[in-house]
Design a protein around this ligand. Structure first.
Ligand SMILES: CC(C)[C@H](NC(=O)[C@H](C)N)C(=O)O
Length: 670
């Protein structure tokens, strides 16, 4: 570690403090922006659900593809330090572009609260997202590997702890930002008119990215900065290409076999490079089954959140929204990582079990599969409760409308009979409640709440259904100048028809005359039932992901550490693509069956992985590289000796020759 101020605190290099703080701020920035992104697409850019979802997933996939680019630039050209600085600047510009794109006042020339030049906002936000994907993905493999670089070879234990702390910072940043940015988004802001404050929700992550950059630069004097080693990726590709070609040229049996197919590159390439490529290929081969883990893991944000929308989110006086259930993951990470590191792993070690990184990752996969079995059980519970509710609804609704028809025929002249709105037959989406009003009065009534207006309801007719959120709602009923306030509490996913009787007397006690019929009962299965599945997937994540991050670092040759980190993140990108493909292809009629399918696929993949892991031999790349360098030096020494010997012999021969020639000369002269 030449050229660094090697300050240590409790056996840890001080420089890693700046790196973990940088990671915390960067992850805050990334997850905070991501948390409100779909809503920004939907409500600000006014895209439909499908477009919003596909652009969102494409963005996430891009964020995990760009690490390859960052790793190549870092390992072969700029080095990790400069790559982090330059790409962080690109990243911060992207975040600022997002924040600016969300200021509606910029193009709101008629000051009605909506942007008038949507193209400007769309283009700016797409440019912003592209820069963010380039930045966040580009620096991702570099920061982890750069952190690992700060430790000396004898600091193995400290480096392992660093990767755990690093993971804690990722999740601390993610947890805080997913709580904070949705709150910021919900605020109203604007110069000419007040709108939901997406610019603030993107602005704060932009500020955090700038803080991340500044913190990283402040630590500059303390880092160990490994030099980039030339265009290593190009060398690797050329070397592999040559080995394949050479092997093919010598395919006939007359040529002796070589231990490894890469050894066919020996004619042209350095033995050390060949050994390093072998190390990387061995790890990359092991990565093949890994995307399946991420396929299950990333469904927290999609399938599991949708599942939560069909559940009851009342936790005492606290109401948890379906998308807020996702914060259970970082909360559990923050609890489980220290427990695993300080209690579970040491305990397993004490029992004499060798819980190697690959064994941990296998157990992590199994835990993720168990999480999906739990999700399937919860789904069955939801389906059963829905069937009961639907049966109740159908029978009560038939009876109810039979009764209403009788009243209407009695009170209402045929010209006033209004076709009723279609009855709702399935639960409202996203945990909303579907509400409608029946006006039994002879005069028209206007019904409104702050968030919706049911409009003017003609005598003896029905309003359309309006979707409203859970919680306490106060309806205001107007008939001419008379009004009536009606308050009630809603749960999640219910449907009600409120009946305004012909005898309604407007005034303070009017509430008592209004009757409510429960068309669809609120969700009865509690969201707390999702906690076991979150627990298992997060325990799986700790064993799989934290370990995998460290494994990728420790098994990589010194000049390809960032490349292997990028390979690791590439498995996340592939996992995300598999979600999109499987969701399209396996259109299973029952959601619980899809969960079981995913769990079975992961168990099968896990079985294959455990066999591959069994045959994997752990290496110490530094030791192998040192051995190679020593051999080369020894070879050099040998060569030097040989060269010197040859030179001496040649000189001897030359001098003999010279003497001979001198003698000959003398003889001729004579
Ligand atoms: C993608 C990684 C697994 C990691 N994510 C998490 O740790 C989540 C928040 N639990 C990341 O690097 O963002």
């Amino acid at each position: 570690m030449a050229g660094t101020i090697n300050k240590e605190v409790c056996g840890y290099p001080l420089s890693i403090f700046f790196i973990v703080v940088n990671e915390f701020c960067e992850r805050f920035s990334y997850y905070g922006m991501r948390a409100v992104l779909v809503l920004y697409f939907k409500y600000f850019l006014r895209w439909d659900d499908d477009l919003a979802t596909s652009i969102y997933h494409t963005f996430v996939a891009l964020c995990y593809l760009t690490p390859i680019l960052g790793a190549i630039v870092a390992d072969s050209w700029l080095g990790k330090f400069k790559t982090i600085i330059y790409l962080s600047i690109v990243y911060a510009i992207g975040q600022v572009a997002m924040a600016v794109s969300a200021i509606h006042d910029i193009t709101d020339t008629d000051r009605d609260g909506t942007p008038d030049n949507m193209t400007f906002h769309v283009v700016l936000s797409m440019v912003g997202l592209f820069l963010i994907a380039l930045g966040t993905g580009g620096i991702k493999p570099c920061v982890a590997a750069f952190g690992g670089d700060q430790f000396s070879d004898h600091q193995d234990r400290q480096r392992r702890t660093f990767f755990s702390v690093f993971y804690l910072c990722i999740n601390g940043g993610s947890l805080l930002s997913t709580i904070i940015t949705p709150i910021l988004r919900a605020q109203d802001c604007g110069i000419h008119s007040q709108q939901k404050c997406y610019s603030l929700a993107f602005g704060v992550p932009a500020a955090l990215m700038l803080v991340a950059l500044v913190v990283f630069i402040v630590g500059s004097g303390m880092y160990y900065k490994a030099e980039p080693q030339g265009n290593i990726m190009l060398d690797v590709c050329k070397c592999i290409g040559f080995a394949i070609k050479n092997r093919y040229r010598h395919r006939s049996n007359q040529y002796p076999k070589r231990q490894h197919w890469m050894d066919w590159a020996e004619e042209k390439y350095d033995k050390l490079l060949i050994a390093q490529i072998k190390m990387v290929l061995k790890v990359l081969f092991l990565y093949i089954p890994l995307p399946m883990f991420w396929t299950l893991f990333d469904q927290k944000g999609s399938r599991w959140t949708l599942q939560a929308t069909t559940m009851n989110g009342y936790f005492g006086s606290l109401v948890i929204q379906p998308d807020q259930m996702q914060t259970v993951n970082p909360i559990l990470i923050l609890t489980l990582v220290p427990i695993m590191d300080s209690v579970i792993y040491p305990l397993i070690n004490k029992c004499g079990l060798n819980f190697t990184p690959l064994k941990r990752m296998t157990v992590g996969m199994l835990l993720a599969a168990i999480a999906f079995v739990c999700a399937a059980l919860v789904q069955i519970e939801i389906d059963v409760s829905r069937k009961q509710l639907l049966y109740l609804f159908i029978s009560s609704s038939h009876f109810y409308f039979f009764f209403l028809n009788l009243i209407f025929r009695k009170h209402c002249p045929p010209s006033h009979q209004h076709p009723r709105t279609d009855d709702i037959t399935s639960k409202p989406q996203e945990g909303n409640n579907a509400i409608r009003f029946v006006n039994g009065m002879k005069t028209a009534v206007n019904v409104s709440i702050p968030a919706a207006n049911f409009g003017l309801i003609e005598p003896f007719s029905y309003s359309n259904y309006s979707l409203i959120k859970n919680g306490k709602v106060t309806f205001t009923l107007w008939s001419g100048s008379q009004s009536c306030e009606y308050s009630t509490d809603f749960g999640f996913g219910s449907s009600y028809t409120f009946f305004i009787p012909s005898t309604l007397v407007f005034g303070p006690n009017c509430q008592e005359s209004i009757t409510a019929a429960e068309d669809i009962k609120p969700n009865s299965v509690h969201m707390a039932l999702q906690i076991p599945q979150y627990f298992f997937i997060t325990a799986g994540e700790v064993m799989f992901s934290v370990t995998g991050l460290e494994f990728s670092y420790s098994q990589a040759p010194s000049n390809m550490k960032a490349v292997l980190q990028a390979g690791w993140l590439f498995t996340v990108a592939i996992g995300n693509f598999i979600v999109l493909i499987v969701a399209e292809l396996a259109k299973l009629p029952k959601q619980w069956a899809e969960y079981v399918l995913f769990a079975s696929l992961l168990v099968a993949v896990c079985f294959i992985f455990s066999i591959m892991a069994y045959f994997y031999t752990y290496i110490d790349p530094a030791e192998i590289e040192a051995q190679f360098k020593k051999n080369v030096n020894e070879d050099d020494e040998d060569n030097k000796h040989k060269l010197q010997k040859t030179e001496v012999e040649m000189n001897k021969r030359d001098s003999i020759k010279c003497h001979d020639e001198d003698d000959k000369d003398k003889q001729t002269k004579m």
